[in-house]
Write a protein that binds this ligand. Structure first.
Ligand SMILES: [Zn+2]
Length: 240
């Protein structure tokens, strides 16, 4: 084999393994059920909030949820939970699920298997330390799984969870009214609804908070009951 041909073979192999590690793993998650996108039918739906906790925004979300007697799921960033443990603890104490969203909100498509393991395990430890609860669910930032993350989740008995409905897109930035209407319209039984109490656009938490009462009322008007993921997916949350 000539040197250029060997180089191109090696390049192709590297590209293919890279594709398998990132887009291939994502496709496996989407097509073969490697990650949950909807719950069992019935009348259950799940509100999920990513990227927190935030010292000011998150308590406002907890107030609205308490006023409406709704339990939800918060995918926490480990270092944010470590920075405001009182808020993280308040989430768990209010009966919401606390779940793993990596330690530093990193794109799993850009990191090694070793770093992937560190990101997930450190977040497990940070969240357990702050809340007393060891998460049972994992959501990769931006929904991007890599192949290594499946193995870590299996070892940790973490269920990877994506979503079927989003409050806003990477570009789409709806008003609170529009967000509420679209979330309610798109939600079917078993829907897993992805919202943010931190992160996103600078005004995302404020718009989601403003939309939240109408989302809850609209879901209930359609006879859909918001429940935390442990109820929607019938999976227990283990104490640390
Ligand atoms: Zn996120």
């Amino acid at each position: 084999m000539t040197r250029p041909r060997r180089l191109s073979w090696l390049t192709s192999a590297a590209v293919l393994s890279g594709v398998g590690y990132t887009i291939g793993a994502q496709a496996a998650a989407a097509w073969f059920g490697g990650a949950v996108k909807t719950a069992e039918g019935g009348d259950r739906v799940s509100l999920t909030f990513d990227d927190g906790p935030h010292p000011e925004h998150t308590p406002r979300f907890l107030d609205v949820l308490a006023r409406h007697d709704v339990r939800a799921t918060f995918f926490l960033v480990g270092r944010h939970a470590a920075a405001c443990p009182d808020v993280a603890r308040a989430i768990a104490d209010a009966g919401h699920d606390v779940a793993n969203h990596t330690e530093s909100h990193v794109n799993l498509w850009t990191i090694s298997p070793r770093r992937t393991r560190e990101e997930i395990l450190r977040a497990q430890a940070s969240i357990a330390r702050a809340t007393g609860v060891r998460p049972a669910f994992f959501r990769p930032p931006w929904g991007k799984m890599n192949a290594a993350a499946f193995g870590v989740c299996a070892d940790e008995r973490l269920t990877p969870v994506l979503w079927s409905v989003r409050g806003e897109g990477f570009v789409w930035r709806p008003s609170a009214e529009c967000m509420a209407a679209e979330v309610v319209r798109r939600s079917a039984p078993g829907a897993i609804i992805c919202l943010h109490d931190r992160g996103g656009f600078p005004d995302t938490p404020a718009r989601v908070l403003a939309a939240l009462p109408a989302i809850i009322d609209g879901l209930r008007a359609r006879r859909l009951s918001p429940v935390p993921l442990r109820e929607a997916l019938m999976k227990g949350v283990r104490l640390a």
